[in-house]
Design a protein around this ligand. Structure first.
Ligand code: SF4
Length: 294
């Protein structure tokens, strides 16, 4: 494995993710703008977001000053050297930080002291999945801290929400999470939802939903219907971009389900801000780019 190829292309993935808003996200903001009243706060905010995205892309600078938690998902061939891949990823993060595509915003949990390279315990976050494949599939999400603060986990039944252990209960939880955010976490947001799991896997799987494209449709019919229903309901909340009012409180809701134990029924909601930085690349056995994704 030629370390230098991997580092170069992983760094390029970070650059693209940090500076170039994916087309599905930008398209969704553009469509939302058409549905807001002219000269309203909502249309002003959405217009400013689009200008910001265009400027970041043109100048090659981060979309937001909080470049967030780096979450890498790797799909690798069986027997692949994941230790070497992790080392390349860490070097790529350090170089991307040096070149300004990532801000130095990884800090010690106790002292608050900054890690100059963004490489630290648990940073970047990585997961490896081996499979019958020849290429390495890399997906990166940069998850802003303000949006992360707006995530919630519910244990059903929840008497305050009158939410039982069914899809209606799930719907109530998801709308509650959007309502509680009140535009904080930089709305319009996207909600990733996991039904089931335990407290830790619930958050992990809810964030995996962010790997889906905004305009896709769940293959599970009841979940696809639930996503559509929540989007309709969210338009009526009136919270709007940055909480300044309007129809566009959410750009999307993506719901997945995993197994659970009979005693628990968790609904976990992760919140992604408008700066929805998610990119991917398919790398060949020697680290060469085969295809960029998103
Ligand atoms: S929540 Fe998102 S848009 Fe807001 S400051 Fe954080 S990263 Fe930036």
């Amino acid at each position: 494995m030629r370390h230098v190829h991997w580092v170069k292309n992983l760094k390029e993935l970070i650059r693209r993710t940090s500076t170039d808003l994916p087309a599905d996200v930008e398209g969704s903001i553009r469509r939302a703008l058409k549905h807001e009243a002219r000269n309203s706060h909502a249309s002003w905010v959405l217009g400013t977001i689009l200008e910001n995205a265009a400027l970041a892309r043109k100048q090659g600078v981060p979309l937001c000053q909080d470049t967030g938690t780096m979450i890498f998902h790797f799909g690798v061939p069986v027997g692949f050297d994941t230790n070497a891949l992790l080392a390349s990823t860490r070097d790529a993060v350090a170089l991307a930080t040096r070149d300004g595509y990532l801000r130095q915003n990884t800090v010690d949990a106790i002292t608050g002291a900054s890690f100059a390279t963004n490489v630290a315990p648990s940073s970047p976050v990585v997961s490896f999945q081996q499979g019958a494949r020849k290429t390495v599939d890399v997906r990166l999400i940069l998850k802003g801290g303000g949006s992360e603060n707006m995530g919630h986990q519910y244990s059903l039944p929840d008497t305050d929400l009158d939410a039982g252990r069914d899809l209606e209960g799930v719907r109530r939880c998801v709308l509650d999470a959007a309502w509680r955010a009140q535009g904080n976490g930089c709305a319009p947001g996207v909600l990733g939802v996991c039904i089931g799991g335990d407290r830790s896997t619930g958050y992990w799987h809810s964030k995996e939903q962010f790997l889906r494209r905004l305009n896709d449709r769940s293959e599970v019919t009841v979940l696809a219907r639930l996503e559509e229903r929540i989007m309709r309901d969210a338009r009526r909340l009136g919270i709007g971009p940055m909480g300044l009012g309007g129809r566009t409180t959410l750009l999307g809701v993506k719901v997945g389900a995993v197994s659970r134990v009979p005693a628990s029924y968790f609904v976990t909601v992760s919140y992604m801000c408008w700066a929805f930085r998610r990119r991917g690349v398919l790398l060949g056995p020697e680290g060469g780019v085969q295809r960029w994704m998103y």
